[in-house]
Design a protein around this ligand. Structure first.
Ligand code: NAD
Length: 492
């Protein structure tokens, strides 16, 4: 009806309902995909349905839930092609997309083992009052929300969802609006597992959708940046719901004088640039003992120069595009800032525009503490290398950060590296290797400082954190009477 204005109330209602979002393709730079972000009402409805379905999910018992999750793992294996294709389009890289899909089924097996081991309720007897016994049952949160980032879209959507489901919770997942395409085949796979589809919902959306989810769930698993994590944590605290926050990092590597230089260079290069540095546990600061500094830098430059970008063809090299264009701006700004303040750029050093945006490994020396690259998260393949004279100095520089996610230490022996690692304010320390948290999920860890909050998502705690504990206490003797608390009998 031309000429007629849409009533304000209708516009507001629509905004609450849903929003159209254009999505950029990281390889071409074109906005070639569009989706509708779920509005507040949509989230409320989805969460209500999940809460209803969760009751049967919990009642069906651990063994049944395990069998359904194992069936989900098989369904992912059967339909992996479409999921991989969508992830490749979302991220512009293939090998890591295949890996993201193929680690899901073994990941389910790991959580199943952990859940079976944690099955028995704890029980005991009071030491002070031995006639009182207790048993402790685990009561899962009914509804868990998962909000994930764009760097490993599938892995970081399912890493918390799977243990929460096994625990007996229903789960709502909201992937990043930067990489939303994979949600379509993921939903199709979930739909093939009838018992799962009523308790696992993947919604499309942006930050506002995420906010709406935080208000509906009993526990929120958030992976993303510190500023957003702070908002999510504050909102959850307001609701007295639980927030598990997995946030950014500025991981240091320390290479002692007696370390195997060749090994350290190989591991640090990989740990710094895999996925084009778009990983929370990327090595972003490299501290090297002065006697081996020149040799280290020379080898690092030589190896960095051999790294190829996967453009023009996806099969043509090691590194995919910078997925999020705003991240490319941050990387460019840090390079410019370092250059302007006198640093030396040995390799790479620029964002390359091939439709999408790429960045070659960038080895930088001549750094000073006032450079952005030394304090702010980069999330790109930049390798700043700094010499140190004494291990105490290396430890001080490594700890001089608002982040405390993980770190790597290289020394002649593991024991020596662990001794240095004990002095580092970070939750996961890789010994004589780099960024091992990306490869193994068994070891529990907690973030330090602004890198996160809450129980470990790795190891048994990654499952147990989805339960409240409920204790049952039984007095096998006579009950106490109020007369036993009569003040007239109380003498010091
Ligand atoms: P981001 O904080 O911008 O967004 C993460 C998610 O939060 C997205 O799904 C987004 O839609 C949603 N969101 C935005 N505003 C919200 C709000 N107010 N309430 C609820 N949800 C909201 O982060 P990003 O750019 O997608 O991811 C990169 C960051 O993630 C980096 O800092 C990286 O270090 C971090 N990260 C951490 C880990 C880890 O395990 N510690 C792993 C991967 C990435």
């Amino acid at each position: 009806m031309t000429g007629q204005k849409t009533p304000v109330k209708e516009i507001q209602a629509r905004e609450i309902q849903a929003r159209e979002i254009q999505v950029r393709n990281p390889r071409t730079g074109l906005r070639d995909y569009q989706f509708t972000a779920t509005g507040k009402t949509g989230i409320q409805q989805a969460c209500q349905q999940l809460r209803t379905a969760q009751k049967n999910w919990l009642a069906c018992g651990l063994d049944k839930r395990i069998s359904i999750l194992l069936a989900f793992g098989e369904a992912i294996k059967d339909d992996r092609k479409e999921l991989i294709e969508a992830l490749v389009t979302d991220t512009g890289r293939q090998g890591l997309s295949i890996m993201e899909v193929d680690i899901i089924a073994p990941g389910i097996d790991r959580w199943v083992r952990i859940a079976k081991e944690a099955r028995a309720p704890a029980q005991g007897r009071s030491t002070a009052l031995p006639f009182i016994t207790y048993s402790i049952e685990k009561r899962p949160y009914a509804l868990v929300g998962v909000i994930s980032p764009w760097n490993f879209p599938l892995t970081l959507s399912l890493i918390d969802a799977i243990p929460a489901l096994i625990a007996g919770a229903a789960v709502i997942i909201k992937p990043s609006e930067i990489t939303p395409r994979f949600a379509v085949p993921l939903r199709k796979i979930i739909a093939t597992v009838p018992e799962l589809r009523s308790v696992l919902t993947v919604v499309d959306g942006d930050g506002k959708t995420g906010q709406a989810i935080v208000d509906q769930v009993d526990a929120i698993c958030f992976t993303g940046s510190v500023p957003t994590g702070r908002m999510v944590g504050e909102q959850a605290a307001h609701n007295f719901s639980v927030a598990f926050l997995e946030l950014g990092g500025k991981d240091p590597a320390i290479v002692l004088e007696n370390a195997d230089v060749e090994r350290a260079v190989t591991a640090i290069l990989r740990g710094s640039i895999v996925n084009s540095g778009q990983a929370c546990q990327s090595i972003e600061r490299i501290y090297v003992a002065r006697p081996i500094y020149d040799k280290f830098v020379e080898k690092l430059i030589a190896k960095a120069k051999k790294i190829r970008l996967n453009t023009p063809h996806i099969h043509s090299g090691h590194l995919g595009p910078i997925i999020f264009e705003k991240q490319a701006n941050i990387i460019a700004e840090q390079i410019k800032d370092a250059r302007d303040k006198g640093a030396t750029i040995h390799t790479g050093g620029q964002i390359e525009n091939h439709g999408g945006l790429w960045c070659a490994p960038t080895v930088i020396t001549g750094l000073t503490g006032d450079m952005l690259i030394m304090s702010e998260e980069t999330f790109g393949p930049l390798l700043p290398v700094i010499a140190f004279d004494h291990v105490d100095e290396a430890v001080t520089m490594a700890n001089d950060s608002k982040f405390g996610l993980s770190a790597s230490i290289f020394a002649a022996t593991a024991q020596e590296a662990i001794e240095v690692g004990c002095r580092i304010e970070a939750g996961a320390i890789s010994i004589n290797d780099a960024a091992l948290t990306s490869l193994m999920y068994e070891a529990e860890k907690n973030s330090f400082k602004l890198s996160g909050l809450g129980a470990s998502r790795m190891g048994p705690s990654g499952y147990l954190r989805f339960f409240r504990k409920q204790s049952f206490m039984t007095n096998e003797a006579e009950v106490f009477t109020i007369d036993q608390f009569d003040e007239t009998h109380s003498t010091p």
